[in-house]
Design a protein around this ligand. Structure first.
Ligand code: SF4
Length: 328
């Protein structure tokens, strides 16, 4: 692949780059890092308003480092993948302690929770290093342009294609092309600025590149969430700091297991995690179970910082209370 396609894509990007709130000039490493963490597994449309709220509340990495963990987790509620939020806090504290973000991919990689992709993206976009950031959008575009089936080979091809001195711009150009034109399904090849250089397009079946990931069968689990009411309030607890949904607000309940509990629920919320699916049965209970917790007004549940699993389970239970019918 010669440099022509890269130059065409960069020229297209200069004219058509998405206007996103973390793409300020000069680049702020805090905003670059924060946006990259938020965008993992989450769409730009979902992230944009949440990002704006986040930086309004904590405008610098030092401000985030000084924030109480429970408040950050509460602000993160609904974005999912809560280990990201816990890593975010640990990373902000490490950065504040050392007096700022390190400027190289290698040094960024040593920060808590910063994976290979995020380290490369921050180094390239915020600090202008020639690091190669390959996310799923970049991987897809590169696989199609080079006609590569195996995703693992796309990273290697990308390394040879990124133009020296322009790695940050080029990564963003590829990300934008992947999000708007070279979409996973129905890529819009007729308007693509590099269509004349694309092998997958020349073969007439761009969607076939890269080969689809094999979907693994996910195991299924069952859980109970106790719904304890006191007038217009509901009893909430904080989950243990480590593990799934660690540190997040929740309804109380025992550990989830593989057997379906023999109990009647007023609502069952079905939820898909990355590695398993869950049926969470919401069961009324007269008194809070032993342990710490707090009463929270039902009318203010949106501010409780409940992750989507529990927010939907509570909504389903309240709906069932209004319109009683036994769920199990
Ligand atoms: S020509 Fe089509 S498949 Fe190739 S990069 Fe452009 S949009 Fe993607």
């Amino acid at each position: 692949m010669d440099a022509t396609a890269a130059n065409l894509l960069l020229a297209h990007h200069r004219a058509a780059a998405r206007d996103l709130p973390w793409r300020m000039t000069p680049r702020d490493p805090y905003r670059t890092w924060l946006s990259e963490v938020m965008l993992q597994q989450t769409t730009v449309a979902t992230v944009t308003p949440r990002f704006l709220r986040f930086v309004e509340r904590w405008p610098t990495v030092e401000a985030l480092a000084a924030a109480p963990e429970a408040e950050v987790l509460c602000e993160w509620a609904g974005l999912g993948y809560y280990a990201r939020a816990r890593n975010l806090i640990a990373c902000a504290r490490a950065v504040a302690e050392r007096g700022g973000f390190p400027r190289t991919e290698g040094a960024l990689r040593k920060l808590p929770g910063l994976g290979a992709y995020t380290a490369a993206a921050v180094a390239a976009i915020a600090f202008g290093e020639d690091a190669v950031a390959v996310d799923t959008n970049v991987e897809r575009v590169v696989a199609r342009v080079f006609g590569i089936k195996d995703r693992r080979d796309a990273g290697e091809a990308a390394r040879g294609w990124f133009p020296a001195g322009r790695h940050g711009d080029f990564a963003e150009a590829l990300m934008d092309l992947g999000a708007s034109i070279c979409r996973p399904k129905a890529p819009n090849c007729p308007v693509c600025p590099i269509a004349a250089h694309c092998k997958a397009q020349a073969l007439g079946r761009p969607e076939a590149f890269p080969a689809p990931k094999l979907k693994k069968e996910r195991p299924h689990r069952h859980g109970i969430a106790w719904l304890v009411r006191r007038g217009d309030e509901v009893w909430l607890v904080r989950r243990p700091g480590k593990g799934l949904l660690g540190g997040m607000a929740a309804l109380p309940g025992p550990e989830w297991g593989e057997e379906r509990p023999a109990i009647n629920a007023i609502a069952i919320h079905h939820h898909g995690f990355t590695h398993f699916t869950l049926d969470l049965m919401v069961v009324p209970r007269a008194e809070p179970p032993p342990g710490e917790g707090w009463w929270h007004a039902v009318s203010e549940l949106a501010a409780a910082g409940l992750p989507t699993l529990y927010r939907r389970a509570v909504e389903a239970a309240l709906e069932a209370e209004r319109e009683p019918r036994l769920a199990a």
